[in-house]
Design a protein around this ligand. Sequence first.
Ligand code: RB5
Length: 146
Amino acid sequence: MIVIASDHAGIDLKARVLEVVRGEGHEVLDLGPMDSSSVDYPDFGHKVAAAVVAGEAQTGILICGTGIGMAMTANRHPGIRAALCHDAFTAEMARRHNDANVLCIGARSTGPGVAEQMVRIFLETPFEGGRHQRRVELIEIEREDS
Ligand code: RB5
């Protein structure tokens, strides 16, 4: 299951991404918004992060104007590794090296064609594990120097 949400700035791209994700054969839970009225992106970022943490979905996709606010919001949830990606390379590496479980996209900074490509790559690319496993685990650890 893939869970997706946006704010008003991302709603048109969300519709396009939904088609792509369904076209790839995934079930999708759309947590809104369902119209283009102005909303606060954290409300939707928190919902998607909570669904992933709860195991209701394996992967989340969040879209706002820049993707920045959504990434900041989702990354407040322990267990979430939300990656703001801008191209095929960052989408691929977010999966391969960082085991990202939420893809954040900026609808005003990334064109729809690149966004579609990023979504496909993010969904199909496996985590490499190995030395990256330990590093990903270190993200969650409380440190004395933090
Ligand atoms: C909304 O205007 C905009 O601030 C929002 O979509 C997002 O870019 C925030 O990070």
